[in-house]
Design a protein around this ligand. Structure first.
Ligand code: FAD
Ligand code: ZN
Length: 230
């Protein structure tokens, strides 16, 4: 609906890729609905995925022994995180919905996207123990994982070679989003676009556009161990 803010965190090197098409569809469809859409195109931004002392501007809290969590939390509090992190935190803070668009890499998100999470979701900003899970600091936001695979749908089932695709979603949906208080919408998975026919690919893209039309009516999943493992 008009006024909703969406951040698409996107990790693909090639605009003409299937992921690039999925990203563009979300951008167009949600804009058409009157949402304001921001894209963090991580490869195009050459986003730094490493957590290093360069992330802290100026003096360290403890210059004797570097501890990233401590330094990042302190730097967040005094506004001394590096600019690229602050920019992304502003986008997250403003967003009602985060869409993560990526190709599955080794049962997970590509390193550049994992690095985005590592550097942006710092303590004090995304959580602050004991404020985590349902009381995480990013509550009242939604997240949606939209990704593609090389493996087929059959391979990613309970009895299949790679196991249920939901096992893979546990670290990302529960371990990251839910941990920070973000509610999770059902994932959107395009299995093996590489091996699909042109017609099947078009159908997958249309299905994504269709889903986006009624996205704001969806209820979040019940993000608990049962959803993943039962
Ligand atoms: P593309 O190759 O870009 O797209 C497929 C086809 O769709 C292309 O021919 C493209 O031209 C076409 N296309 C693009 N846009 C359109 C359009 N609008 N209409 C019609 N056709 C279009 N897979 C797994 O399952 N598990 C893993 O653990 C895993 N680990 C990986 C690790 C690494 C390091 C790498 C590099 C790959 C891994 N893969 C894995 C495979 C990877 O997930 C797939 O290659 C990827 O998901 C495919 O998505 P893509 O966007 O790159 O596809
Ligand atoms: Zn959960």
């Amino acid at each position: 609906p008009p006024g909703k803010k969406v951040l698409i965190v996107y990790a693909h090197q090639e605009p003409k890729s299937f992921n690039g098409s999925l990203k563009s569809i979300a951008e167009e469809e949600l804009s058409k609905q009157g949402c304001s859409v921001t894209v963090s195109d991580l490869y195009a931004m050459q986003f730094e995925p490493r957590t290093t002392r360069n992330d802290i501007v100026g003096c360290l809290h403890n210059s004797e022994e570097f501890k990233y969590v401590v330094e990042a939390r302190e730097a967040y509090k005094r506004g001394a995180l590096s600019n690229d992190i602050i920019e992304e935190q502003k986008k997250v803070q403003e967003a009602d919905l985060l869409i993560f668009q990526f190709p599955l890499y080794w049962f997970s998100m590509p390193a550049i996207m994992k690095g985005w999470v590592d550097r942006v979701f710092v303590p004090g900003f995304a959580f602050e123990l004991p404020k985590h899970y349902d009381s995480g600091l990013l509550k009242n936001k939604l997240a949606l994982f939209s990704f593609t695979t090389g493996g087929s749908k059959e391979v990613y089932t309970k009895g299949g070679m790679s196991g249920d695709i939901r096992y893979i979603l546990w670290p990302m949906q529960h371990g990251i989003m839910h941990f920070c208080g973000i509610k999770v919408l059902a994932p959107h998975i395009c299995f093996a676009p590489d091996y699909a026919s042109e017609k099947e690919r078009k159908e997958m893209l249309t299905a994504w556009a269709q889903r986006l039309k009624t996205l704001w009516k969806e209820e979040p999943i019940n993000c608990s161990p049962e959803w993943y493992f039962e």
